[in-house]
Design a protein around this ligand. Structure first.
Ligand code: NDP
Length: 474
């Protein structure tokens, strides 16, 4: 008997994906560079389904039905290229290689083009949900050709998370589209986590609340419009007591956030595409700032305001909930704009509503809120920003007084809220009838003769700043 699909790379993610496939009744060929992992998978979990262990790539490929579906789940970067080069020569036209690791979408585009030349399909797919998701149903974001999706999609949809019976997996678009969308997903995740962390910080320092009390607030929020996996786990983390000291766990953790790079990629690419994803950028920078121990030590005695407490804790909790919701809308609006910009740049024709749909379950940013986003894009696929959708416009309109109070209180108390404040600045920037960008244009024209456009006439103009200050055509 042959396997319907094979997985090579059996660390946590690959092993769990293989088990998920087997548990769904698919025969899975399994392979790992060092065969210890292959053997332990079969020993520990062989009873869960049909695994065809292979010691060598040749044996692995020979055990697959055609067209062969080879899923690679190894370290991103050079190891992925090495594994592709190991398997590609063993495959035949029409077979497909699926990279389910966290590849950069530009690498995926390169690999897809190279393998297409060799008659092979290359599917770069985002997989989100961590090891738990890989086992029990992740959100899956596959790119690649339509044809490859026909052969692979049903299998992936089968093992993905389901929400209301709908799989959290769909064909995202050609070549790098799947990994691009996964990258932006992670960027949004950074920004969502930062906003939640700021909400906690405000309740703790402006509200004087203890972590366990704040955990209760998050639990309550999780029954409302903020309901999401990240809010849920935040409550768990805040409620946790460090067994060694009996103190709140969060107080025992070094306050330096690390990162693996997908958030940074999102911002780098956003800069290239000219998309202002300020919420994601501030989240990446906030992690970066937290990690600069020496810089923080040098600055720790800089003067700040005298500590302030909110007048009413209940009112603060309500204000912070609204500020969080409004800022979250902005963060997602920015992320979706980046997906639309990438889609336009690379001709991917990505349906933003479908991305909201496949993020409703399985992934780290899964949230009730994504149904609202899907509805917004279902009503208008070319929505310029989520902020002008009726639902979100009303939500922000109701939240904005609270949002402004929270940012003001934070500034007056010296509590850093880069996520909340950049979201508000973005909102006000978009709303503004006139921006001081006009003055910037004037400055640019003054020192560099960069020219400007006028509000009342077409064309480009330059003022003779060093001369008689008359205006000429630029
Ligand atoms: P790792 O990223 O830790 O990678 C370990 C695996 O890669 C092992 O199977 C290892 O084989 C193999 N490997 C490394 N170098 C080579 C090489 N040169 N040739 C062949 N095999 C090699 O594993 P994870 O399971 O954590 O992640 C796999 C992929 O999934 C990564 O791209 C990761 O970014 C992505 N991902 C991870 C998530 C997570 O929560 N961990 C979530 C979503 C995606 P060996 O056993 O022989 O050393």
């Amino acid at each position: 008997d042959r396997a319907q699909i094979g997985v090579t790379g059996l660390a946590v993610m690959g092993r769990n994906l293989a088990r998920n496939l087997a548990r769904h009744g698919h025969a899975v060929a399994v392979h790992n560079r060092s065969s210890g992992r292959t053997r332990s998978l079969v020993e520990q979990f062989g009873h869960e389904g049909t695994f065809l262990p292979a010691e060598t790539p040749e044996q692995f490929v020979a055990s697959l039905e055609r067209p062969r579906r080879v899923v690679i789940m190894v370290k991103a970067g050079a190891p992925t290229d090495a594994v592709i080069e190991e398997f590609a020569p063993l495959l035949e036209p029409g077979d497909m290689i699926v990279d389910a690791g966290n590849a950069h979408f530009a690498d995926t585009r390169r690999r897809e083009a190279a393998l297409r030349e060799r008659g092979l399909h290359f599917v770069g797919t985002g997989v989100s949900g961590g090891e738990e998701g890989a086992l029990n149903g992740p959100s899956i974001m596959p790119g690649g050709s339509r044809e490859s999706y026909e052969a692979l999609g049903p299998l992936l949809e089968d093992i993905s998370a389901k929400v209301d019976g709908t799989p959290c997996c769909t064909h995202v678009g050609p070549d790098g589209a799947g990994h691009f969308v996964k990258m932006v997903h992670n960027g949004i995740e950074y920004s969502d986590m930062q906003l939640i962390a700021e909400a906690y910080d405000l309740l703790r320092h402006a509200g004087g609340m203890e972590p366990a009390q704040i955990a209760e607030v998050f639990r309550k929020w999780n029954t409302g419009r903020l309901e999401s996996y990240l809010i849920e786990i935040t409550a768990e983390v805040l409620a946790h007591t460090d067994p060694a000291t009996g103190r709140p766990f969060v107080d025992m953790v070094v306050d330096q956030a690390e990162q693996k790079g997908t958030g940074r990629w999102t911002v780098q690419i956003a800069l290239d595409l000219g998309v202002p994803v300020s919420g994601i950028a501030e989240a990446v920078f906030a992690r970066s700032l937290s990690g600069h121990a020496a810089l923080r030590a040098a600055a720790r005695d800089l003067p700040g305001p005298s500590p302030r407490r909110a007048d009413s804790v209940d009112a603060l909790v309500e204000d912070v909930e609204r500020a969080l919701y409004a800022s979250k809308i902005v963060a997602y609006a920015q992320g979706f704009n980046q997906i639309q910009a990438g889609s336009a740049e690379y001709d991917w024709n990505i349906d933003p509503g479908a991305m909201a749909t496949i993020w409703r379950g399985g992934c780290i940013i899964r949230a009730a809120f994504l149904d609202r986003i899907r509805a917004a894009y279902d009503a208008d696929r070319n929505l310029p920003t989520l902020l002008v959708d009726d639902h979100f416009r009303d939500a922000v309109a109701t939240a904005q007084d609270s949002w402004r109070r929270v940012v003001t209180l934070a500034a007056q108390s010296g509590i850093p809220v880069p996520g909340f404040s950049t979201a508000l600045a973005y909102y006000d920037g978009l709303r503004a009838r006139r921006l001081p960008a006009a003055l910037v244009q004037g400055q640019r024209d003054f020192f560099g003769a960069h020219t400007y456009r006028r509000v009342d006439r077409d064309g480009s103009f330059h003022t003779l700043w060093a001369g008689d200050r008359s205006e000429v055509n630029g």
